[in-house]
Design a protein around this ligand. Structure first.
Ligand code: 9UX
Length: 69
């Protein structure tokens, strides 16, 4: 089923960081929507995708992520 996942993302300091993280998330198969809020350091992702894949994609882009329970 499609679900919404929230990640806490750290290490972003400018708008280009936000774009990098959004692109990394949107490039994953199954992701239909991904948005990043720099002020709150939160990423919201919708789609059919495992949370470990989401975290790995953010880390590969050079930032830190953890799933918000
Ligand atoms: Mo902005 Mo982010 O100059 O990794 S892209 S700090």
């Amino acid at each position: 089923p499609t679900s919404t996942t929230e990640l806490a993302v750290s290490g972003m300091t400018c708008a280009s960081c936000v774009g990098r993280v959004e692109r990394a998330l949107k490039s994953l198969p199954g992701v239909t929507e991904a948005g990043v809020n720099l002020a709150t350091e939160r990423a919201t992702i919708r789609g059919v995708v495992g949370v470990e894949s989401l975290v790995a994609a953010v880390e590969k882009a050079g930032y830190e992520a953890r799933v918000i329970e």
